[in-house]
Design a protein. Structure first.
Length: 467
């Protein structure tokens, strides 16, 4: 999630207003005639990330770029997705037979950057606490006291200060501190094609933690490590997990092929995390593992994005963990974007606070222990159209999700929960992007797309073509 990812100037210099994404260098003076180079740049494909797809010729879009005193600059964008979900349509006997509408994933992102992007403050505010306080239908989803609904994220989603050394020991180095993502797993689902989050969100990302992260990139290799507080937030306004800082750690090793930084065509990664949490005063430690392979490639009039990943949790002690196998992809042809995802995963089942058909059915005690587990096969298919604008890009979409559920352990019968073990849902809405488009989320410093997108490759950029 963020701004257009083609170079819009060199680091440390911003235009007085917004600049069309995809134009490398400075904006021409008002009234001047375009040069041959300008015309060539206008004909070149323009890249804007959305789970690995890019904007093309004719899809003008602007990102906020404002100069600040002392050569600093402000970069920013915002997004909101008005959407409706029909749960188990046509199945009158199912407790999921209902319709809800939301303004989901409303967020505003801003970078304040020093000259040369040596210092960068990344801030992301998430407004789901206001627009979907009771969660969003996400069958198979779980976490932070919500089940079969996705919980609202915290209002202060990211606040990370990064020190970047673009030339350090033959590579580049960053040290980042604040609240955000620990270095583990794959991109945040907010920046990927499928609107509904996958079941593995709490197996494949470590987010909204107070963390200290370090990154070193050299050639095709990258290593990230972080120390953070393992306690999850208890609600969208909770900042208290700063007290647990230092009790957990994670690392991610990445090998890239066919490019550098986040713009590489191929990216293979392996991650490990050790997370400590307390539930009703009892400390628990869980090991998390993730391996992933990501691909993106541009074509003459489109692009192909794909991701496959495997995630697993292993709690210490007698409790059993959970796993997920996921594959997703998107094929972009002009303004048309068909996409899909298949996930085979287990998830915990908790004592629910209400009977099927009530709002309490989708809530559980965040500190409770799981009573068992279910196994899910979730297939999602969607279609999206890009309707670009000068300041706002609109993307209407339709998404269908089919769920097949089995008992995994603990005697949890899916039919007792849902009235069936096989059901589907339909979602439709619009993705609205203001002043930019979605960009990869989950890394900072020299891997922050909002920072690297306006740095020429020779200055440590290069994340401007594939996302």
């Amino acid at each position: 999630m963020a701004a257009d990812t083609t170079p819009t100037g060199h680091a440390g210099h911003a235009p007085a207003d917004t600049m069309p994404a995809g134009h490398a260098g400075h904006a021409p003076p008002p009234g001047s005639r375009p040069s041959d180079a300008d015309r060539a740049a206008a004909r070149a494909p323009k890249s804007m990330a959305h789970g690995g797809h890019a904007m093309q010729e004719g899809e003008t879009h602007r990102m906020l770029m404002l100069p600040l005193p002392g050569g600093w600059q402000l970069l920013g964008m915002a997004q909101a997705f008005p959407m409706a979900t029909w749960g188990a349509p046509g199945e009158d006997g199912s407790p999921l037979h209902d319709t809800e509408s939301y303004l989901t994933q409303p967020a505003a992102m801003a970078n304040i950057e020093s000259p040369g992007s040596r210092l960068v403050l990344r801030t992301t505010l998430n407004f789901e606490a206001l627009t979907q306080p009771d969660g969003e239908y996400t069958f198979g989803g779980w976490g932070e006291g919500f089940i079969d609904k996705r919980h609202p994220h915290t209002f202060l989603h990211e606040a990370m200060l990064s020190l970047n050394l673009w030339k350090a020991a033959g590579g580049s180095f960053s040290l980042s501190a604040g609240k955000g993502f620990a270095p583990y797993g794959t991109d945040d689902p907010m920046s990927r094609p499928v609107a509904k989050y996958p079941t593995n969100h709490h197996l494949s990302q470590l987010l909204e933690r107070w963390t200290l992260n370090a990154i070193y990139l050299r050639g095709a290799w990258g290593i990230e490590a972080g120390v953070f507080g393992g306690q999850e937030p208890d609600g969208p306004y909770d900042l208290g997990n700063v007290e647990s800082f230092g009790d957990s750690y994670s690392a991610r090793l990445t090998r890239r092929f066919g490019g550098r930084g986040t713009g590489a065509a191929w990216e293979a990664s392996a991650s490990y995390g050790s997370v400590r949490e307390e539930h009703h005063g009892e400390a628990e430690r869980t090991s998390l593992m993730n391996v992933a392979l990501r691909h993106y490639r541009d074509y003459a009039d489109g692009g192909l994005y794909a991701l496959v990943e495997a995630s697993r949790s292993e709690p210490r002690g007698e409790e059993k963990g959970y796993y997920s196998l996921l594959g997703e992809g998107l094929f972009r042809v002009g303004m048309h974007r068909p996409y899909g995802r298949v996930e085979y995963a287990t998830r915990p089942e908790y004592e629910r606070e209400g009977a099927p058909g009530t709002e309490g059915f989708f809530r559980y005690d965040h500190d409770a222990h799981a009573e068992g587990a279910t196994r899910w096969l979730i297939t999602s298919l969607g279609y999206e159209v890009d309707l670009p604008g000068d300041v706002v890009t609109t993307r209407p979409f339709l998404e269908v999700q089919h769920n097949r559920v089995w008992e995994e352990r603990g005697g949890i019968d899916p039919r007792a929960l849902f009235g069936t073990s096989s059901f589907f849902s339909i979602s439709a809405g619009f993705r609205l992007f203001f002043g930019g488009g979605p960009m990869r989320m989950g890394s900072y410093g020299v891997l922050d797309d909002m920072t690297t997108m306006h740095r020429p490759p020779e200055q440590g950029g290069g994340a401007s073509h594939r996302h």
